[in-house]
Design a protein around this ligand. Structure first.
Ligand SMILES: *Cc1c(COP(=O)(O)O)cnc(C)c1O
Length: 341
């Protein structure tokens, strides 16, 4: 066994077929044992619940090589729990947490040669997902489901340093109060494609979504949670029932408090107060933190004092500490690092 011969520093964020994926089917009220397979294709009936009424959900996490040569995954138990919550909201059968974690371990171990080497900046992206696979025509949950995990190597998120991005306030809403914004359903992404394409065409990296009810509070972007830093160094993240609870954001809030001794607040954040913050970042598995330099609100620009050249100092410290924990350079809190090999 030997590492694949890829230009790790140059691959992007796209699908590259790896050797094995995990598949388990739910039928007659229970999940089967599941197995690894080499077949990347799925064959299903044209009337499948996922194809008709979008009954699908997913997760995303990463495996990578640490400084001392282990292959690890970051907090897969958190993804397992979040997917169980998503399943409940979508009337899908939760895949048990211990089995989820074991399936992640087995899938990554089987694709060991695809785990990018330490220091390359690349990682092995892990995509667990589930969908309704049996025929549904009257509006009902499917009776059968498939749970799968595939992996794909992804390149460094920031090539040549993390440059702050410019985002804009969207005229579309991401999630309704009491809707599905707090679960990782594929449908939340389907409806975000139109707003993100418009944003990109107009030169913005992401959309900032406001709360749908009052359009006065900051929620999140299409796929990342906000962190703001006040001028006196407090880390603030918006609280709302329609925000997807990012594992990265929750980890960063812990790091802020317990590793960096910073004050943290999870509370409603009004758009009106955003101009008073010193730094802003977007957090998610893909980038850990993307610094935001500027927010455009219908032509009015909010420019953070951290500027457009580099991450602000507090965001940089958070980024360095969490990536240090992930890569094994800084001791992790109990249970954060799942050793695979
Ligand atoms: C997945 C996701 C995130 C980021 O969550 P992580 O667990 O940190 O990767 C943030 N917002 C939305 C809408 C998401 O779907």
């Amino acid at each position: 066994m030997a590492k694949k011969d890829l230009k790790w520093g140059e691959i992007g964020f796209g699908y590259i077929k790896t050797d094995y994926r995990f598949v388990s089917n739910f039928k007659n009220g229970e999940w089967d044992e599941g197995a690894l397979t080499e077949d990347e294709n799925i064959s299903m009936i044209e009337c499948a619940g996922v194809l008709q009424y979008s009954q699908s959900c997913f997760e995303g996490l990463k495996a990578y090589e640490t400084e001392d040569g282990h292959i690890v995954a970051f907090r897969p138990d958190m993804n397992a729990e979040r997917m169980m919550n998503t399943c409940k909201r979508l009337e899908m059968p939760p895949f048990p947490k211990e089995r989820f974690v074991k399936a992640v371990i087995d899938t990554v171990a089987a694709n060991e040669d695809w785990v990018p080497p330490y220091g390359s900046g690349a990682t092995l992206y892990i995509r667990p997902f589930m969908f309704g696979s049996s025929a549904v025509i009257g509006v009902n949950p499917a009776e059968e489901y498939q749970f799968r995990i595939f992996t794909t190597p992804v390149g460094p998120y920031f090539k040549g340093g993390a440059k702050p991005i410019t985002i804009r306030v969207s005229d579309f809403d991401r999630a309704a109060p009491r809707g599905t914004g707090n679960v990782k359903a594929g449908l939340n992404y389907a409806m975000s494609l139109h707003p993100i394409m418009i944003a990109h065409r107009e030169g913005f990296a992401e959309n900032l979504y406001l709360d749908a009810a009052t359009r006065t509070r900051v929620e999140e972007t299409g796929g990342a949670n906000f962190l703001f830093i006040t001028k006196d160094g407090t880390v603030v993240t918006p609280r709302s029932d329609s925000i997807l609870p990012s594992v990265t954001r929750r980890s960063l809030m812990y790091v802020a408090e317990h590793y960096l001794g910073l004050k943290t607040e999870e509370r409603p954040v009004y758009f009106d107060e955003v101009q008073d913050f010193a730094e802003c970042g977007l957090c998610g598995t893909a980038a850990v933190i993307s610094p935001v330099g500027k927010i455009n609100d219908h032509g009015h620009e909010i420019c953070f004092p951290s500027g457009m050249e580099k991450m602000g100092p507090v965001i940089q410290k958070l980024y360095d500490t969490l990536t240090g924990i992930q890569m094994g350079r800084i001791e992790a809190p109990e249970g954060w690092i799942q050793v695979i090999k």
